[in-house]
Design a binder for this molecule. Structure first.
Ligand SMILES: Nc1nc2c(c(=O)[nH]1)N[C@H]1C(S)=C(S)[C@@H](COP(=O)(O)O)O[C@H]1N2
Ligand SMILES: [Mo]
Length: 197
């Protein structure tokens, strides 16, 4: 690093190409929860995908851990304007979980233990774009960050990454979830600054 780059370090942080418009970098990991942290034991944990036919695909903790586990290195962007670069996670790809699921619905409502919901188009969960994550930074995911497991959809604002994930329900329409009913954007692309609507 020369004198010139050091002199411009403040500005170059703002111009970091990994940083979407209107975001700033943070080194710590803020906790944002709309309610209390639910106490979810892995012994009772269950995750399901329910389709329009009434079919329910279910995994318990052991079954989830037996699936192919992926390492995910990614940036995350919160609508409250903090971004965290180069976070590392482990989890199971939604491609793996959807492999046997037959649906002609294009939308998904994510449901969490504790009652939180958020909507997302199915295509945003597939093709290596989303995971059920249960480790952060080499450690089991802390309860306040969504442990035992959370949805991780890093290309959308972080409110879409439902903590304490319990299941996904296929839907014919893109209905608003919890924050979307309270003014957050229906889709939430950080690069287009789709914050509120
Ligand atoms: N179940 C649940 N998931 C949630 C939330 C919540 O309140 N409940 N908050 C969302 C919001 S607004 C953000 S920014 C991220 C925050 O995740 P963190 O607390 O791990 O930083 O979780 C998202 N997922
Ligand atoms: Mo958020």
């Amino acid at each position: 690093m020369g004198i010139i780059s050091r002199g411009f370090s403040g500005r170059s942080r703002e111009h970091n190409p990994a940083l979407p418009p209107g975001q700033y970098l943070t080194e710590d990991f803020p906790v944002l929860s709309a309610g209390p942290t639910p106490d979810v034991d892995t012994a009772e944990w269950e995750f399901s995908i329910r389709t329009e036919s009434g079919a329910v695909h279910k995994w318990d903790w052991e079954q989830l851990q037996a699936l192919p586990i992926e390492e995910v290195g990614t940036h995350i962007h919160c609508v409250t304007r903090w971004s965290k670069l180069g976070t590392s996670w482990r989890g199971v790809s939604l491609d793996t979980l959807f492999a046997e699921v037959e649906t002609s619905n294009d939308y998904v409502m994510a449901h969490s233990y504790g009652g939180y919901t958020t909507n997302v188009p199915l295509e945003d969960l597939l093709d290596g774009k989303a995971w059920i994550a249960f480790e952060f930074d080499g450690e089991p995911l802390e309860a306040e960050h969504g442990g035992p497991a959370r949805l991780l959809i890093p290309h959308l604002y972080f409110w879409k990454s439902a903590k304490w994930i319990r299941g996904l329900v296929m839907q014919s329409d893109d209905e608003p979830g919890f924050w979307e009913q309270n003014g957050y954007h229906l889709y939430g692309d950080p690069w287009l600054e789709q914050r509120y609507w």
